[in-house]
Design a protein around this ligand. Structure first.
Ligand SMILES: Cc1cc2nc3c(=O)[nH]c(=O)nc-3n(C[C@H](O)[C@H](O)[C@H](O)COP(=O)(O)OP(=O)(O)OC[C@H]3O[C@@H](n4cnc5c(N)ncnc54)[C@H](O)[C@@H]3O)c2cc1C
Length: 283
């Protein structure tokens, strides 16, 4: 298990808030902002969800005190969505209320398709109350996402667009990279023309180059959107984008519940699995 923990550290910024804050500070020095994620999901009891709420409240205090440039990202199943929708909503109110007080921001990650509608329902309620202090994520692999973006643009919601990281059936999701990229571009165009400060979350050069060309052609200035990437993935590209003058934010997960997150990162790229296997058998 110790070795696995070491391997996970390629994608996870440590187990404690202190370790994660050091990473944010280092990134800030390179003109890169952060979004901190206390790892955890599919919580099944209120004690654990309450602890997660407290961890985020403390984290928002720390961000405010240390003046690092970072907001937070979280998952609703960490806040009790599997326990009770209303309980989860009330937990989110506590967190978003505090973020608003500090002029900060909470991004609600998007999980597997069983949770898409519930997540959007809670997001819409929170947005009504807290407006731009809360944002959402849309996954380009889902067929439904075009309609979701149409609706989210109507209220000028802040959307992070990503491909999607969960295993979804072909009845509801594009499976081929070519189709996912095509839909990503379609949705990104919608966000650029009618959205509110879209976050283009990808490590894919094809989509990064498309974005750079599109904003140039349309005369969209760099302060109207940001790129986002994950901690530990394509670090050089992250720094290059910052140097080129683009806004770039890194998703920085930390904590002890790293296994599902780590598993999703492995699934995205077969080379990662080989890396793990090789290291497991290394003497
Ligand atoms: C900031 C951010 C937030 C996200 N939030 C969510 C969310 O809320 N919900 C959700 O479902 N998904 C989320 N994702 C994950 C996303 O949906 C994709 O699964 C993930 O980003 C991989 O797709 P890609 O577009 O980066 O391109 P890919 O085509 O998968 O990768 C392009 C290139 O990036 C590098 N790369 C990509 N992934 C890895 C990896 N795991 N390890 C090493 N190198 C890699 C490789 O060089 C690869 O060739 C998020 C991603 C980012 C960047």
């Amino acid at each position: 298990m110790r070795l696995l923990t070491k391997l996970a550290s390629a994608f996870v910024a440590g187990e404690t808030p202190d370790e994660a804050m050091k990473v944010v500070k280092r990134l800030n020095e390179k003109n890169i902002t952060g979004t901190l994620d206390v790892l955890g999901e599919n919580v099944t009891n209120k004690e654990e969800a309450d602890r997660a709420v407290q961890a985020y409240l403390d984290l928002l205090d720390t961000i405010n005190q240390t003046r690092v440039r970072s907001y937070v990202s979280l998952k609703l199943t960490q806040m009790g969505l599997d326990i009770d929708d209303e309980y989860c909503y009330q937990n989110m109110v506590k967190i978003v209320e505090k973020a608003k007080k500090y002029n900060n921001f909470v991004r609600i990650d998007m999980e597997g398709s069983d949770y898409t509608q519930k997540t959007l329902d809670i997001f819409y309620r929170l947005h009504k109350e807290f407006n731009d202090s809360v944002g959402i994520v849309i996954q380009a692999y889902l067929f439904r996402s075009e309609k979701d973006i149409e609706d989210l643009n109507k209220i000028k919601a802040r959307v992070r667009l990503c491909k999607g990281a969960y295993k979804e059936p072909p009845t509801i999701a594009y499976k081929k990279m070519k189709d996912i990229r095509k839909n990503f571009i379609k949705l990104a165009e919608m966000l650029f023309s009618n959205g509110n400060y879209p976050a283009i979350a990808t490590h894919d050069d094809y989509l990064i180059d498309w974005t750079k060309n599109f904003v140039k052609e349309m005369g969209i200035s760099n302060d109207k959107f940001e790129f986002q990437m994950l901690y530990g993935i394509r670090t050089k590209t992250q720094e290059k984008l910052a140097k080129e003058g683009y806004n770039i934010r890194i998703y920085i997960p930390f904590g002890t519940h790293w296994l599902p997150y780590f598993y999703r990162r492995l699934r995205e790229r077969k080379e990662n699995v080989w890396f793990v296997v090789k290291n497991l058998f290394k003497k």
